[in-house]
Design a protein. Structure first.
Length: 204
């Protein structure tokens, strides 16, 4: 009787192996061969699901886009507060191994995405989603009702959201490239300092 293959389990094993490679050597080290070796498989076994490095990167990006929103929804469900506003933003920063891998993956994908039509829509969706998270965080920090949807731009908070978005990008880059300087404690402190500098004047 032929042996049944649990495809979800295999893909999860590949995802775990990919994550270990990224944490140890960076996204540049990810290839069919290195991930196969990490998983204890043959390269041909991995190629059954992912024929080349580009397919692996696409898979990693898809995983990232599935996991991060779940964390964001959990924080949002806890209710509005200043602490939750900061915690919401921290989900997008490399403050632990899971988020560090996500950032490595995203940085490795975002530049090639400019020349890859398959990634272009994903890249645009990520920008829109991150900006909306920043608007929501500003609204929560200032004790305002958040935007009702991604498409609803609240002019009064837009500038603060844009600056906050840029700050997150910079903190994420520092956390990935200069982890000895941009420690989780320092990243949180910089983020807190910026949030406290945001005026609490009425924006309506």
């Amino acid at each position: 009787m032929p042996r049944l293959i649990d495809h979800d389990q295999r893909r999860n094993e590949i995802a775990a192996a990919l994550r270990r490679v990224v944490l140890r050597e960076g996204m540049a080290a990810v290839s069919v061969r290195t991930v196969a070796a990490e998983a204890g498989w043959s390269p041909s076994a991995v190629r059954h699901w992912f024929p080349d490095q580009a397919a692996l990167v696409r898979f990693a990006v898809a995983r990232t886009m599935a996991e991060a929103p779940a964390r964001l929804r959990e924080v949002l469900a806890a209710g509005p507060s200043r602490e939750n506003a900061q915690l919401l933003l921290e989900q997008l920063l490399p403050l632990d191994d899971v988020r560090r891998v996500e950032m490595h993956v995203w940085l490795a994908a975002v530049d090639p995405a400019r020349h890859d039509d398959g990634f272009d829509e994903t890249r645009s969706q990520m920008f829109v989603a991150l900006r909306h998270v920043c608007r929501t965080a500003v609204a929560r920090w200032c004790d305002l009702a958040p935007p009702a949807s991604v498409g609803e731009v609240v002019d009064a908070v837009e500038q603060d959201a844009a600056v906050l978005h840029a700050l997150l990008d910079g903190l994420a880059l520092h956390g990935v490239h200069y982890p000895e300087e941009a420690t989780p404690e320092r990243i949180r402190a910089v983020l807190r300092h910026h949030l406290e500098a945001i005026s609490t004047r009425s924006r309506l």
